[in-house]
Design a protein around this ligand. Structure first.
Ligand SMILES: Cc1cc2nc3c(=O)[nH]c(=O)nc-3n(C[C@H](O)[C@H](O)[C@H](O)COP(=O)(O)O)c2cc1C
Length: 392
């Protein structure tokens, strides 16, 4: 008889051993439409799967018989120490997964000593987060149709003390997430099945919708009519606000407005990376938006070595899309990324168990990174290099 392994089917955070198991708890804790919002990719989800495939294809080549008892994973990002080579990526609508979702993520990041990036489409106002969260805060910027909104948000972020601005450029046209759309009869109008599913999650419904009121795009309050800033109302109003005219001139414009660190998120070619450096950006995030925008898009890890070679040390290189394990992170660092942005992995933690769930997701990743460093024969991130990676 072949040995049959038992799948993970606990709801207990303490029993989850990895991000996949946190995802399993998250899947059962929140209604299907909220989980689908997190999970889904664009169209045939080839980009989404490709992100994992590309990371899984890479194999590690360990160095043996090296004393690794002094290992640590501290790195410098923009001249300041971070306790792990991780940054929490910007994700909109975090309040739909857990009340105070942004705050939970930001506080967990601060506790670990890594930056947190707040989305333009967050459910916490950027000023409120700055007063309540602590730690290193970055703000992600969408330049929407009305350029004055972006100008105002940039100024507000400066006044609130944000360290970096992350201008997301791969959402000039909103992605076609078909699985997500199936949860709604029309934009913002849940199907009967979705409504019933919400009722089947009374704890979630009470904590995230009833007590605090429906999650709202708090950063956009004041720019849009109140009905357009609710999670459901915004579904009709927000996608058309994405701006197909954003272009390189906007970088020059934002560079003049913003004195802090400036990153472009969504760069995937050598030419674009060089242009970002030439226009005075401090860094770029190699990203395909976690497979939510262009389908059949290259995985960031596939273009990382070429981009690192081209820009040398002129830019801080960050990467995201598909990172779920310490081995994934170490592969990217070895191929030239300075740090990895984490999207869904920490959202699974948030949906599974609020702030302790995010702590747990981060602890899993850092424990895994530490173990992999040791097994590769490295004491620090600076010892990683492309010689440790084999493209199978
Ligand atoms: C639910 C969700 C919401 C997101 N919202 C935003 C956003 O508002 N702004 C942005 O720049 N990226 C957004 N992203 C993309 C993430 O910043 C990041 O690029 C992506 O999640 C990385 O892939 P991963 O989830 O596989 O780690 C979102 C991603 C998810 C999963």
């Amino acid at each position: 008889m072949p040995w049959k392994r038992r799948p993970f089917n606990s709801l207990d955070l303490a029993r989850a051993l990895n991000i996949a198991q946190l995802r399993e708890i998250a899947r059962r804790r929140v209604p299907g439409f909220a989980f689908e919002y997190v999970e889904g990719g664009a169209e045939d989800e080839v980009t989404l799967r490709g992100n994992r495939d590309a990371l899984e294809r890479l194999r590690l080549i360990p160095q043996t018989l090296i004393d690794t008892s002094a290992r640590h994973q501290r790195i410098a990002i923009f001249g300041r120490l971070a306790n792990a080579p991780l940054i929490i990526a910007p994700t909109g609508l975090n309040g739909m997964l857990h009340p105070q979702g942004d705050l939970a993520l930001a506080r967990a990041a601060a506790r670990l000593g890594i930056p947190f990036t707040l989305s333009t489409l967050s459910t916490t106002r950027l000023e409120e987060l700055a007063t309540r969260a602590g730690g290193r805060l970055w703000l992600q910027l969408y330049v929407l149709k009305e350029r004055a909104i972006a100008r105002d948000i940039v100024q507000r972020a400066g006044a609130a003390g944000y360290e970096a601005l992350v201008f997301t450029t791969d959402a000039n046209v909103f992605g076609n997430r078909e699985w997500d759309r199936r949860s709604y009869r029309a934009p913002g109008r849940p199907t009967v099945r979705t409504a019933l599913d919400m009722l089947r999650h009374p704890r979630w419904l009470w904590r995230t919708f009833v007590t605090p009121g429906m999650p709202r795009f708090r950063n956009l309050e004041g720019y849009l009519p109140p009905s357009a800033t609710t999670a459901l109302g915004g579904a009709t109003v927000i996608p058309p606000l994405f701006e197909p005219t954003i272009q390189w001139d906007d970088i020059t414009w934002i560079r003049q407005l913003w004195r802090g660190r400036l990153l472009i998120k969504g760069v995937l070619s050598v030419g674009d990376a060089e242009r970002a450096a030439a226009l005075g950006c401090d860094g770029i995030v190699l990203s395909n938006h976690g497979g939510r925008q262009l389908d059949y898009c290259v995985a960031p890890i596939e273009v990382l070595p070429d981009i690192r070679r081209a820009v040398g040390q002129r830019l801080t290189l960050l990467i995201d899309s598909g990172f779920r394990r310490g081995t994934d992170v170490v592969k990217a660092l070895a191929l030239g990324a300075q740090a990895v942005m984490i999207g869904r992995a920490t959202l699974y933690g948030l949906a599974a168990g609020g702030e302790p769930g995010v702590d747990r997701a981060l602890a899993m990743l850092t424990t895994e990174i530490d173990r992999v460093l040791g097994q590769l024969g490295c004491n620090s991130i600076t010892e990683l290099g492309p010689q440790l990676v084999h493209d199978a």
